[in-house]
Design a binder for this molecule. Structure first.
Ligand SMILES: Nc1ncnc2c1ncn2[C@@H]1O[C@H](COP(=O)(O)OP(=O)(O)O)[C@@H](O)[C@H]1O
Ligand SMILES: [Mg+2]
Length: 331
């Protein structure tokens, strides 16, 4: 395997304060993940006329969104924004509503109340046929991976391109390029059942990125993976962010995922992952941010509401007991 993971201390060692953060920084065993054969996808042209980025608008805006079931309300008044170039990490315990929130943003689930605006569209007002077109602009890595078992890796990755009637030759080159990006090109003809959990997750990421969507939802992409494989997956996600300019929401219960995304970036000139020199502030080359938002921000969901919103480093400085427990108890 060519990609080596960024090294982050075991979760139990995560410091809860800035002071201890300085004493005991997350160790960077940062290994060159240089891959000399890696292709650099150019920024794509939009796949249809549907607008995706509206200047001056966030890519995602939730306003007082509610959803519930027979057992009661699960999300009670959720409001937040995701700006172009931002990575929003949704942190929350199992059952806190991370998946629901992303499904509502993708129009896969209807909110009971509130407004959800995504890429210039009021999702809650869109009829199903418009949602189908809308979702073609989104990448979605489902929690379960959700690969088609009866299709090979290449066929799985080609699926969205086939749906869009992309010509065969282009499908072939884009599938190769994307599998190369996730370092899975050697598994082209394998079936999902023949792959490890981490490899399946890579293929899911390739499938989500293949038509180069501006916005990708990663639902618990590290769930069920060992820590080393998890870090490799986070490395791929940050490469997608830094090479393809993907804006994303990423659900996780692993606080280390948030710190991996906040503290490292893929340096295109050096062709490797480097530690963010400015502690997660906006790096050079990502000019699209809203001035108030850094590239990686965390939303902590608790009891149906947003319990914390801010940069990873801000969370480390918290004096709040719940957040401290969360920082200390992750895996
Ligand atoms: N279709 C559904 N019907 C009933 N309850 C649901 C449904 N989808 C989600 N829930 C409930 O909503 C809560 C949040 O679910 P989910 O978003 O999947 O949590 P998370 O992804 O954070 O683990 C859970 O308690 C779950 O049981
Ligand atoms: Mg979930």
């Amino acid at each position: 395997m060519v990609v080596q993971p960024i090294g982050i201390d075991p979760p139990g060692d995560l410091p809860g304060t800035q002071e201890s953060a300085q004493k005991r920084p997350l160790r960077i065993a940062l290994i060159s993940i240089y891959n000399h054969r890696m292709l650099r996808p150019s920024r794509p042209a939009p796949i249809s006329e549907m607008s995706t980025i509206v200047p001056g608008e966030p890519l995602i805006a939730f306003k007082d969104v509610h959803i519930g079931f027979d057992e009661g309300e699960v999300l009670r008044g959720i409001s937040f924004e995701v700006w172009p170039g931002e990575t929003k990490v949704l942190l929350g315990e199992s059952g806190s509503g991370k998946t629901l929130l992303m499904k509502m943003a993708a129009g896969l689930m209807r909110a009971d109340a509130g407004r959800i605006r995504v890429m210039g569209h009021n999702v809650e007002e869109m009829p199903e046929h418009e949602l189908l077109d809308f979702r073609r602009h989104l990448g979605f890595v489902f929690q379960e991976g959700a690969l088609f078992d009866s299709m090979t890796v290449a066929e799985n990755v080609a699926f969205r391109l086939r749906e869009e009637n992309v010509p065969d030759a282009e499908v072939h080159s884009r599938v190769l390029e994307t599998l190369h990006f996730v370092e899975m090109e050697s598994a082209l003809d394998k079936y999902p059942a023949e792959l490890s959990g981490g490899m399946r997750r890579r293929v899911s990421i390739a499938r989500a990125l293949v038509d180069r969507p501006p916005l990708v939802f990663y639902d618990s992409p590290t769930a069920g993976l060992d820590p080393v494989t998890s870090q490799t997956i986070i490395t791929l996600i940050l490469r997608g962010r830094d090479l393809q300019g993907v804006t994303s929401m990423l659900a996780t219960h692993r606080v280390q995922d948030a710190f991996g995304l906040a503290r490292f970036r893929f340096d295109q000139a050096a062709d490797r992952v480097v530690r963010e020199s400015n502690n997660g502030e906006q790096p050079a080359g990502q000019q699209n941010h809203h001035e108030d938002s850094g590239p990686t921000n965390i939303l902590v969901l608790r009891d149906g509401t947003i319990y914390f919103e801010g940069a990873a480093e801000e969370m480390l400085q918290t004096s709040d007991d719940y957040l401290k427990t969360f920082l200390a108890s992750a895996e």
